[in-house]
Design a protein around this ligand. Structure first.
Ligand code: HEM
Length: 181
């Protein structure tokens, strides 16, 4: 018997949401096993810690992170979406993305930047050198990407100070992205 489509639409997202909210078994601060009664909720997700001190350190780090100050998940997702609209319209660099699955690329970039800005989830993809080593990128390509990122943030009315912090994070990837030592 086939499962009715409506049931899939209603039930599967609930099951996924439940699975996602299962707290972590390893403390993200100490690396030790968690005490399941010591938890914090961040952006709707529950995180567990080894003890209250670890939870305090983690919560303080979240609150002062660039990720949090930019507006967290929705702000970063909106910025990455707007950034790739610019990149794909930019004749200096758009050809690099011709055969790239852009849904996947947007998802990866959101995860990478979120982690680089101090978000709660780790980056699980390639390191920046491995991700770009086949592309033979030049300084002008990196600068065009950086310019698009800066213009995106300015268009979204992100403060000058935060734009500066984002651009520093982007600049820290330059040698790896350009495969330089
Ligand atoms: C601030 C600098 C940059 C950052 C932070 C960045 C970040 C990323 C990330 C997170 C990925 C996905 C890696 C993975 O698959 O695990 C990626 C892939 C890619 N990036 Fe970049 N990137 C930067 C600069 C550039 C530049 C300058 C170009 C070209 C103009 C470029 C073109 C690409 C392409 C084409 C891919 C897909 C490669 C593939 O799937 O084979 N990136 N980048």
């Amino acid at each position: 018997m086939r499962i009715p489509a409506l049931l899939c639409v209603l039930v599967i997202p609930c099951l996924l949401a439940f699975a996602e909210d299962k707290p972590n078994a390893t403390c993200p601060v100490t690396g030790r096993a968690v005490d399941p009664t010591v938890t914090a909720v961040y952006e709707g997700r529950t995180y567990a810690f080894a003890d209250a001190a670890a939870r305090g350190l983690w919560t303080a780090a979240r609150e002062k992170s660039l990720y949090h100050r930019l507006g967290g998940k929705p702000a970063i997702e909106a910025a990455v979406d707007a950034f790739y609209v610019r990149v794909l319209a930019d004749a200096r660099i758009r050809d690099f993305f011709e055969n790239i699955n852009m849904n996947k690329q947007r998802r990866k970039q959101k995860e990478f930047l979120s982690a680089a800005f101090g978000g709660p989830e780790p980056w699980t993809g390639k390191d920046m050198r491995a991700a770009h080593s086949e592309l033979e990128l030049k300084e002008e390509h990196f600068n065009a990407v950086a310019e698009n990122l800066q213009k995106t943030l300015e268009e979204l009315k992100v403060s000058k100070e935060l734009v500066g912090e984002v651009m520093s994070v982007a600049a820290s990837t330059k040698d790896a992205v350009l495969n330089r030592r």
